[in-house]
Design a protein around this ligand. Sequence first.
Ligand SMILES: C[S@@+](CC[C@H](N)C(=O)[O-])C[C@H]1O[C@@H](n2cnc3c(N)ncnc32)[C@H](O)[C@@H]1O
Length: 282
Amino acid sequence: MTTQPHDPQADSIEVDWSWTDSDEDWIPPEIDTSRPSAARMYDYAIGGKDNYEVDRRAVHEVGQILPDFQACAHANRGFLVRAVEALATLGVDQFIDLGSGIPTSPNVHEVAQKAQPSAKVVYVDNDPIVMTYNRALREPQPGVLSLDHDMRRPHAILDDPRLRAHLDLDRPVALLLVAVLHFVRREMAVKVVEQYARLLPAGSYIAISVVCSDGMQPALVERLEQVYEASATPFVARTGAQVEQLFDGKQLIEPGLTDVTRWRSDQGPLPIRILGGVARIG
Ligand SMILES: C[S@@+](CC[C@H](N)C(=O)[O-])C[C@H]1O[C@@H](n2cnc3c(N)ncnc32)[C@H](O)[C@@H]1O
């Protein structure tokens, strides 16, 4: 191997690092910025900065017909936080967050560990940008593991030796499926939830929130479908009856299946319905 002779001039060269101030300063090669991603669009909607022009354009496109998309995303996140608080208060100290999204504040482990300081959380997502940030920001925290999986594969996730080493699957677990099932085909989502319910230990809980098409203008459903069609995660609208089906055979805890703004909260309605519920299984 040959080495270059040292050039003392090189030490004095002024390097322009101003490009690193941009939020798009470094794009890991596995991240596809040619099309929007559901994770990055959601990050933008809740005020995050881990998103790209293509994602912001997609959110603005939705915003032309649904001006309060951001409010919907915030309300959904509020449901997730209240559900985790409620479950941790019930004594649950193991969480699997499927479709975790990009780290935000507060994260699931932060909420859970307030009530259960030794709570353990497994974050699962299949978007490379989420994995990059989960590994960098969430995984170094105590009690946290981050896994790259497709949530439609319950066996692969629950049999993953890393998850088995982190959680005790002989004890109850809370499975979070928050704002992720509207990216899964209807019949498949029912089967996937059923499979998780069968595989998890008795006394476990499943928390779900999902967009409901009841009362939604057909043009809006179509627009949402078109925008997400361009992403890696097409959008699937569900009627209220189809959302209820996801909870078949499970005991909903108070206040049952309702608008996320009404779940242990009394905020006003959203321009679209997002239903949320938490159920006990086994
Ligand atoms: C709208 S975000 C919701 C984030 C978080 N659950 C919340 O409610 O605040 C949806 C997330 O689900 C992830 N996702 C979509 N389909 C998935 C799949 N099949 N497997 C794993 N993650 C998925 C996306 O990458 C994205 O991070």
